[in-house]
Ligand binder design. Structure first.
Ligand code: HPA
Ligand code: ZN
Length: 328
C-alpha cells in the first residue's frame, strides 16, 4: 500500500534540510570545500544525535553561498517534493544562511527562491511559501535581524515568522522581542517546541510567544491539561514522525504520540522536517502512518484539511490549493 499519489500538504520543512546529499556534494566540489566528514560511506548525511545533526546541517549550509545556489536548491527540492504528491509546502528559510542577516542580501536570496518557486509551480504543480526563522542557538540578539528581515519582506512569498535550532537554549520568553516584532507586523507565528523540551516548554512557548502553530509539540502528550488547552485554542501541531524516530525523540513508530494527541482533540498535521537527513519523504510518512496505526485516505483527508486551514498563505492561494486537493 502506498499513498504516493495522494495529494498532500506539508507545513514543516527546512529548505536547506531538504537538500539531497548529492546536491550538497556537487556544490562542495564546485567550491573546493572538503565536506567528506558529514557524509556516510553510503552517501547519506552522517550524524549521531540532534546536536550533531545541527552541526552537520550548518556544515552543509556552507556550500550555499549565493542567491543562485538557493535558486538551484529551491528548484531541486520542489521537483522532489512534488513527486510525492505534495501540492503545497511551507519551508523555513533563515537570513542567517542567506547573507548573514543583511537585509539587502536577504532580498536578493529571496528573489532567487521566489523565481524558482514560480518556475516549479508551472512545471511541477507545487506551491511554496517561506517562513523566516530565527535560529535559537544563535541567541536572542541574532534573532532580531532575522525578524527585521521577516517584517521587511512579509508579503506574497514570506508568509510567517518562526524559530528553529537548539530547543534547549534559553527559554521561549528570551526570544519574545523578535516574535513581538513579527506579530506587530501582522505575521502569523510558529516555533519549534516540545521536540526535546517537556510540556513546560510548549506551555511557555504558547504563553510568551503567542504562536498559532508549534513545530513538533509532541511532549504535550505528557500533560492532559495542556492538550486540552491546545485543543481549545486551536493551536496546530506540525508533527514530523519520521524525524522524531530517527533522532530518537520517540522510541519508535509504534510509540509515536500522534494518535494520542489527535484523540484528545489536538489539531495535528504531518511533515518531513529535513527529509534526506531522516531518510524520509511525505509518501514514506503516510505509508508508515498507515502501516503503524491503520490510517487511511479519510485520515489523510482530515490531516490535509487541518493543514490547509492552518497554512500561513493568503486566502486566494488557500482556495487554489483546496481545488488541487480535490482534483489531483
Ligand atoms: N529542528 C530544529 N532546527 C532545525 C532543524 C530541525 O529539524 N532543521 C534545521 N534546523
Ligand atoms: Zn524542524
Amino acid at each position: 500500500m502506498t499513498f504516493k499519489n495522494t495529494p498532500k500538504i506539508e507545513l514543516h520543512t527546512h529548505l536547506e534540510g531538504c537538500a539531497p546529499p548529492s546536491f550538497i556534494k556537487g556544490l562542495a566540489a564546485e567550491k573546493n570545500l572538503d565536506l567528506s566528514k558529514i557524509f556516510t560511506p553510503e552517501g547519506g548525511y552522517a550524524f549521531r544525535d540532534f546536536d550533531h545533526f545541527l552541526q552537520v546541517y550548518e556544515a552543509a549550509c556552507t556550500t550555499l553561498q549565493s542567491p543562485e545556489d538557493f535558486r538551484r536548491l529551491t528548484l531541486a527540492v520542489l521537483e522532489e517534493t512534488a513527486a510525492h504528491g505534495v501540492v503545497y509546502m511551507e519551508t523555513f528559510v533563515s537570513p542567517d544562511f542567506c547573507g548573514g542577516g543583511d537585509l539587502v542580501a536577504w532580498r536578493e536570496y529571496l528573489a532567487a527562491m521566489q523565481d524558482a518557486a514560480n518556475q516549479a509551480e508551472t512545471q511541477f504543480g507545487i506551491t511554496l511559501k517561506g517562513i523566516v526563522t530565527g535560529i535559537r542557538h544563535f541567541g536572542p540578539e541574532a534573532c532580531k535581524p532575522a525578524a527585521k528581515c521577516a517584517v521587511e519582506t512579509f508579503g506574497d512569498f514570506i508568509t510567517g515568522y518562526g524559530m528553529a535550532g537548539g530547543e534547549m537554549v534559553g527559554r521561549p520568553g528570551d526570544y519574545a522581542y523578535s516574535f513581538d516584532m513579527a506579530r506587530e507586523a501582522g505575521m502569523p507565528l510558529t516555533c519549534h517546541a516540545g521536540e526535546w523540551g517537556g510540556p513546560d516548554m510548549v506551555a511557555d512557548t504558547i504563553r510568551d510567544l503567542r504562536v498559532a502553530r508549534i513545530g513538533h509539540g509532541i511532549s504535550a502528550v505528557q500533560d492532559p491539561a495542556l492538550m486540552e488547552q491546545i485543543a481549545e485554542q486551536g493551536i496546530v501541531l506540525e508533527v514530523c514522525p519520521g524525524s522524531n524516530v530517527v533522532l530518537n525523540a520517540v522510541e519508535g513508530w509504534a510509540d509515536h504520540p500522534i494518535v494520542k494527541l489527535r484523540d484528545r482533540g489536538v489539531k495535528v498535521t504531518v511533515s518531513t522536517d529535513d527529509p534526506p537527513f531522516f531518510h524520509t519523504t511525505m509518501t514514506a510518512e503516510y505509508d508508515m502512518l498507515h502501516k503503524t496505526f491503520g490510517w487511511n485516505e479519510d485520515d489523510f483527508k482530515t490531516i490535509n484539511e487541518t493543514a490547509l486551514a492552518a497554512a500561513f498563505c493568503d486566502d486566494d492561494t488557500r482556495a487554489r490549493v483546496a481545488k488541487r486537493l480535490e482534483t489531483t
